[in-house]
Design a protein around this ligand. Structure first.
Ligand SMILES: C[S@@+](CC[C@H](N)C(=O)[O-])C[C@H]1O[C@@H](n2cnc3c(N)ncnc32)[C@H](O)[C@@H]1O
Length: 340
């Protein structure tokens, strides 16, 4: 039975990878046909690297299947999260890919047209990934998750989920948890995490009103939504058992990353866990160093290079964390640490 489940999960995941890879191809072809006006996203053509990545993609899908049969998370995490929206959004996404490619060509990072960013920090007032409206419009929130999965060829979801495994290896929580998710975006990891942990409260937070609104519309269940800057959390000391983030740290200036670690320590209970999933860093997989160098130029990421060179362990230790563990797979890295 276990083998049948594993094979089914693997084939469902590989189907998603094929679909998203085809969509990437469509975006690339469209941009190429307008290449006088726009710069298409980079398309890897080194056979050695493509073969290497293909094997790594199969490995992560196998890991996902293994985690499901081992009960680390339920099989429902692989159910499609928004098939109708996916189809409805694809034409918009194609059109938007041309705007993004135009910004890439002209290296325009401040095309924010007076977006409502409220009191969000100034470093966020830009077109991250060259995306239209940065993190600050309903349209951007609608397309975001689909764009991420196209970029990662359908592996973003299993890469995010691996953090659940890492948390469970760190702390065998038996009671219902108080969970805080920071930089939650439109709540994609939230869906999987909320099915994998028992919780008494789950706060979904992000600095973008628009992304948080999109998460609110999407998430069914017992969640609270709090607009918050990760570096200045509006919570009391020692409130949470688990504070986690996915793909937040590489977007932040170094001093802010360090503040986020300190704030996380402050709001955790003793023996609470901080968990981070983000990009791999330089030399985690030397074969992929070139990919890490190309990425921030192709998808405007102002703090990414510094992030790839940053050692967070010192900062975690200085904040007081113990039992610091890390691991990486494919393009993601995982840290867990426990509050002393
Ligand atoms: C790359 S997205 C990741 C979103 C989500 N965690 C995911 O896995 O898709 C980064 C998110 O962090 C949010 N963000 C950026 N800087 C932040 C900050 N200082 N405090 C809180 N959220 C922040 C952005 O609004 C965005 O939703």
């Amino acid at each position: 039975m276990k083998n049948i489940i594993k094979a089914s999960v693997l084939s469902a995941n590989l189907t998603k990878t094929m679909l998203y890879s085809l969509e990437y191809r469509a975006i690339h072809l469209l941009s190429k046909s307008f290449s006088l006006f726009v710069k298409p996203p980079h398309r890897e053509n080194r056979k050695e690297l493509i073969d290497y990545l293909r094997n790594k993609v199969i490995e992560i899908h196998k890991m996902d299947a293994e985690n499901i049969v081992e009960g680390i998370y339920p099989v429902s995490v692989i159910y499609p999260k928004a098939s109708i929206d996916h189809m409805k959004n694809f034409p918009k996404l194609l059109l938007d890919s041309l705007r993004i490619s135009r910004r890439r060509k002209l290296n325009v990072k401040d095309d924010m047209k007076g977006q409502e960013i409220g009191d969000a920090p100034e470093y966020l007032n830009r077109n991250y990934h060259f995306q239209t409206d940065g993190y600050f419009s309903d349209d951007s929130a609608k397309l975001y998750e689909h764009q991420v999965e196209i970029l990662f060829s359908g592996t973003a979801a299993p890469m995010r989920r691996k953090l659940i495994q890492k948390i469970k290896e760190t702390q065998g929580f038996s009671r219902p948890l108080r969970i805080l998710e920071i930089g939650a975006g439109v709540g994609t990891a939230t869906i999987d995490f909320s099915q994998s942990f028992k919780y008494s409260s789950y706060i979904v937070s992000d600095v973008s009103y628009q992304y948080l609104e999109a998460a609110k519309k999407r998430l069914k269940g017992k969640f609270e939504f709090v607009r918050a800057k990760a570096e200045d959390l509006p919570f009391k000391d020692g409130e949470f058992d688990l504070v986690f983030s996915v793909y937040l740290f590489h977007e932040l200036p170094r001093s802010v990353r360090e503040k986020v670690i300190q704030e996380t320590y402050r709001v955790l209970k003793t023996n609470g866990v901080m968990a981070i999933c983000d990009s791999i860093q330089k030399d985690d997989d030397p074969f992929l160093n070139q990919v890490l160098e190309a990425f921030p130029l192709d998808y405007h990421e102002p703090f990414y290079k510094d992030y790839t060179l940053w050692n967070p362990i010192t900062s975690m230790q200085m904040s007081g964390f113990k039992d610091i563990r890390f691991d990486h797979q494919l393009l993601s890295k995982y840290w867990t640490a426990v509050k002393e």
